[in-house]
Write a protein that binds this ligand. Sequence first.
Ligand code: 1HE
Length: 282
Amino acid sequence: MNAATASASNPAAPIPPEEPVHGLLATLDLLRITRAGPVLHLQLNRPAKRNALSDPFIQQLHTVFVNMPEGVRAAVISGEGSHFCAGLDLSEVVARDIDRAVHHSRMWHAAFDAIQFGPVPVVAVLHGAVVGGGLELASACHIRVAEESAYFGLPEGQRGIFVGGGGSARIPRLMGVARMTDLMLTGRVYDAQEGLQAGLVQYVVGAGEGLAKGMALAHRIASNAQMSNYAVMHALPRIADQAQGLGLFTESLMAAIAESTPQAQERLKAFLEGRAGKVLKS
Ligand code: 1HE
């Protein structure tokens, strides 16, 4: 049994070491990508510009999620340097005409949709500035872990622009329209604890502890049955967007598909035969 299989079938298995990837993903110069068994780790790697998201950067992120290597079951996104991400590369906005601006925003949507509705659940590990497009990127991920240094802002109002990377659709679903309005109109910045209280992040950890926490969560996620993860990523947000009657119908279809997979059948049998873990208070 290789490391990927061992970790995917047993959440308590030791986390394998991170190793470099090869092929297409190794050619992406704005990302440092490593793999630990079933978990792919993408590090935003433009620290001199505080990981500001240029057009090539967005395209490279998109490339990863439409070329996910075989056997990867979860991903982690973190940022190199002192900040997770300073948002849109403002130097590229100057003198962009209206036609290109629409296409630019749609390019971000395509890339971030490929993350949110992509092949694997994604954990964002956040520290320092998580602002503007950086917060839009984090909100396209499925779980957010913040170190104490993380802070969240939407300075678009101050810059004379608007969110364009899906933030107006995703961020209110995390924190509510009223809080997002406050951040955008007043320039208010939330610290990590405020982000936790507002629902922006699910975990806050100490300085330097984010990656270990994010990797541990990703390995845990990778050990789930694939169709369960698929249902959570793809059905849950869509059901939340549907009227209740439609949502309940979608839920029934998704539940029937998930429970009839061989992985589900084996896991249910394992519990009934006393071979699977119990749900205990940690
Ligand atoms: C940048 C960017 C950027 C840094 N675009 N180049 N985002 C913002 O409005 C945030 C703007 N950035 C900042 O507020 C600060 O840079 C930080 C608080 C994130 C970091 O401060 P610091 O002191 O660590 O770094 P710095 O000295 O400000 O920046 C280092 C370099 O990165 C510097 O370039 P250099 O050539 O002078 O060294 C900066 O110009 C550069 N840099 N941030 C371009 N964002 C799809 S719509 C999304 C809309 C938005 O995202 S709006 C929010 C934009």
